[in-house]
Design a protein around this ligand. Sequence first.
Ligand code: SF4
Ligand code: SF4
Length: 125
Amino acid sequence: MVLEPNIHYVCQRCTACCKWPGDVRLESEEIGSIASFLGLTEQAFLDQYTRLRTNRQGLSLIEKPSHECIMLDGNACRIHPVKPAQCAGFPNKWNFPGWRQVCEAIPVPVKRGEDEISNPEEQPS
Ligand code: SF4
Ligand code: SF4
C-alpha cells in the first residue's frame, strides 16, 4: 500500500535504514532468489545469513557487531536487486512516526494520471 499516492520518496542511499538495530524481515518466498543471487544453496544462505526474528515469528537477516545489516557493503546493498520487501517498501509503502528525521529520501510528485514517478533516475535503497 502506498501511503502518499501523490508523492514518491526517492532514496538517497544514506544507509540509515540499513543501520537501525532490529529485524530485517525475510519472507519464505524471498529465500530462493536471494540465495541464488549470492550463488548459495538455500540451506547455506539460511545458515550463514539468517536468524529467528526477535518475536520468533519468522526469519530475519543477521546483523554485524555494529548492528548494521550483514548485507550492507559501504553504502551499497549486496543484494539490492533481490532485497527483502521490507527494505524495498520503505518509506513509500511503510514508515513510522518521525521517519523523516532519520531518512534523507527526497519527495517527488507523482505525475497526475500515471502510475509512475517524475524522476526516472530513481534508485531505491
Ligand atoms: S530509504 Fe531513507 S533511510 Fe533508507 S537509505 Fe534511503 S534515504 Fe536512507
Ligand atoms: S538487505 Fe540491503 S537494503 Fe535491506 S537492510 Fe540489508 S543492506 Fe539495507
